[in-house]
Each structure stands twice: as C-alpha cells, then as structure tokens.
Design a binder for this molecule. Structure first.
Ligand SMILES: C[S@@+](CC[C@H](N)C(=O)[O-])C[C@H]1O[C@@H](n2cnc3c(N)ncnc32)[C@H](O)[C@@H]1O
Length: 343
C-alpha cells in the first residue's frame, strides 16, 4: 500500500483503552489485548459469556471473582443496555461488554488458548428442525471454541431444553475434542432471568460441562486489519449530472455492493459538495454497511475514502469499495483522471 501525505485517514485504530465497560471493539487491533483493556499489570483468567441477557449472572460472577476478567457478548441492544446498567451500578471494573455475535468474536477477538471458560446460559433453542442450523452449540462452534480455550478450559451450558442438551452433547462428541460431564451448577446459573422464568413454569433445568482435552484443533485465522484507511486521489471535479446504478463487485475473498449515491451540499453549495455512496462489504462472518465518500480536495483534486462513521473494520475486501467507486468515477463522462491509489 502506498503512503501519501493524506494524514487524516491514516492510522484509524485506537491505542488507548476503553474506560467504559462497553467496549468499542471495532476500534482495536485483533485479537484484543485483554490484559491492556482491563488495565492489568499481569494476565488473569479470562472468561467469556455468550448472550448475557440482563447481565445478572455476569455481575454476580465478576463480583465473586474480582481478580479475574469477564467478557460478555450480546447481539440485542436492549440486553446490552440492561447489562451495562447493571455492571455500572455494581462498579465492576473486571467486566467488558461487547455488541457482537459469538462466532465472529470467538474467532477474531480472542487469541488461541486464551480463554479459561465460555458460558452459555439458556441459548435460544431453535426447536424446529429446519432452524437447527441457527443453534450456537454446533460442531463447528465447538471446534472454533476449542481453538481459543486453554487445555482443560470449559464450555458451561445451562438449558431448559432437553433436545438442545442432547444435540449439543452429540455435536461436541463428534469433534473428539472434549470430555463431557454433568456437574452441580453454581447457584447463580439457575437464577438468571430465563432460569427463573422456566423454574416458575416447573420446567427441569440442565447443566452440562464440556472440557477441552487440549488436542489439536483446526487453525482459525484472525482477521488481519489494515492500519491505513484506503483511499484514492483523482484529478478533476465532480460533474453536475450523473446516473448511478447499483453494482455488485467481487473483490478479494468477498463482495462489494454499491447501493445508492447521495449528494450532500455544504455551506458553500456546489464548491463543498460531497458524494456519499452507501455500500455493503460482504465477507465470511462479517457484513458491514459503510459510506464511501467522494470529496473535493484543494482546487482540482478529488479524494475517495471510507467514512470513519460507524467504526468500519478495514479489511482487504473493504478496500474493494474504494476501488469500485474509483473505477466508476473514471468511467464518468467528465475529465477525471487517476493521481494515486492507496488501497
Ligand atoms: C434466551 S436468552 C438468555 C439470556 C441470559 N443468558 C439468561 O439466562 O437470562 C439468549 C440471549 O442470547 C443472545 N444471543 C443469541 N445469539 C447470540 C449470538 N450469536 N451472540 C451473542 N449473543 C447471542 C440473545 O440476544 C439473548 O439475549
């Protein structure tokens, strides 16, 4: 990648640690340096909880083990807010909550052999056969999780759903990576919001431990992030009349979709006009919506770059969005020429 004098876009990754329990994980290099995030001098046992709901179990556990680190994942914004309120109210500084799905997070945010445990309390059961593919504790996940667990690290499952229990046991056994045992759960496990609901309905509750044997797992590469915001510089000015059509462009190992273009006028009208192109960047396990910006720079230059809005994760495929817009600009019936590509 070419380095230019364009400094605004360079080095967008943060080197400071988050002061809030809500971790803006998109801003950090992967895998996350958890010891630094917890502002700790030395590493401590690192525990992950997937789908923490209202966070009451997370908080209880973190209070009981104040010298260990707890990371909670949620995909629901409402749960995230509830969990965050609870962690803040308890004044816990050994918990970080992230809004991100489990598969992506386990693979890219945690180094191999870094986790002591992964807790999954009352996962969505997806009871219909055709929805089984949505269950979290499938064999692919067991393999991925093993690659991030320490030897003898555990996956701890609580469920009210006998089918899910049997399904997850069969999936774990199929990997040959775990020993399975039933154990007495910590009291708080059956006092989460969902456990209390099921208990009040008289449903039986199950607790299952999957212990990683330490045998070889497949290798799951961690997403490599570019340090530099991709951009291109063109010579020319934005034409007044344009036609824009949706485009789908294969790039690197994924796809870029350019959906629509919006023109934004600044204070001095056309002179500060910006074009914002809404794009989807589609790659394995990661789908991002971004804005590609085309803007005047100096008197006769245009810059094409990714807007930093939304904390995009800059990957190889993301560079394809700058490429696609640059190539499209060069096809316009205007005197636009390429000065440099930095992507
Ligand atoms: C049935 S609730 C259980 C919540 C909590 N563990 C409890 O026991 O009260 C399942 C939770 O998992 C979350 N969830 C589902 N799929 C997830 C995923 N792939 N990554 C992270 N959280 C997920 C849901 O948003 C929901 O809050």
């Amino acid at each position: 990648m070419v380095k230019t004098e364009f400094t605004e876009a360079v080095s967008y990754l943060s080197s400071t640690v988050s002061r809030s329990p809500l971790l803006p994980w998109r801003r950090y290099q992967f895998p996350i340096d958890w010891t630094a995030q917890f502002a700790a001098a030395v590493a401590a046992a690192l525990h992950l909880e997937i789908g923490f709901g209202d966070g009451r179990y997370t908080a209880r556990r973190a209070l009981e083990h104040s010298n260990e680190f707890f990371v909670g994942l949620e995909i629901s914004s409402a749960s995230l807010q509830r969990g965050l309120r609870r962690i803040k109210k308890e004044g816990l500084n050994n918990v970080r909550l992230l809004k991100v799905g489990a598969n992506f997070a386990v693979q890219h945010l945690f180094a191999p052999r870094s986790l002591s445990s992964i807790t999954v309390n009352f996962p969505d059961p997806w009871p219909k056969a055709r929805h089984e593919k949505n269950r979290l504790l499938r064999r692919d996940f067991f393999k991925l999780a093993a690659s991030r667990l320490q030897t003898n690290g555990v996956i701890l499952l609580a469920t009210d759903h006998p089918d899910y229990l049997e399904f997850s046991k069969a999936e774990a056994r199929a990997t040959n990576l775990y020993t399975l045992r039933q154990a007495e759960p910590p009291a708080a496990v059956f006092e989460t919001k969902y456990a209390l609901k099921w208990r009040s309905q008289g449903k039986p509750l199950y607790y299952q431990v999957f212990e990683y044997l330490g045998t070889q797992t497949p290798v799951y590469p961690i997403l490599k992030r570019d340090e530099i915001m991709p951009h291109a510089i063109l010579l020319g000015s934005l034409p007044g009349q344009i036609q824009f059509e949706k485009q789908v462009i294969p790039y690197a190992s994924g796809h870029v979709i350019l959906h629509e273009l919006a023109r934004s006028l600044g204070g001095d009208g056309l002179a500060s006009e910006r074009w914002l192109i809404r794009a989807t960047i589609d790659e394995e396990d990661l789908r991002q919506q971004v804005l590609v910006l085309v803007q005047r720079r100096g008197s006769y230059e245009l810059i094409v770059r990714i807007e930093s809005f939304g904390d995009p994760i800059i990957t190889k495929v993301m560079r394809g969005a700058v490429h696609a817009v640059t190539e499209w600009l060069l096809t316009l019936p205007a005197d636009i020429r390429l000065k440099e590509r930095a992507y």
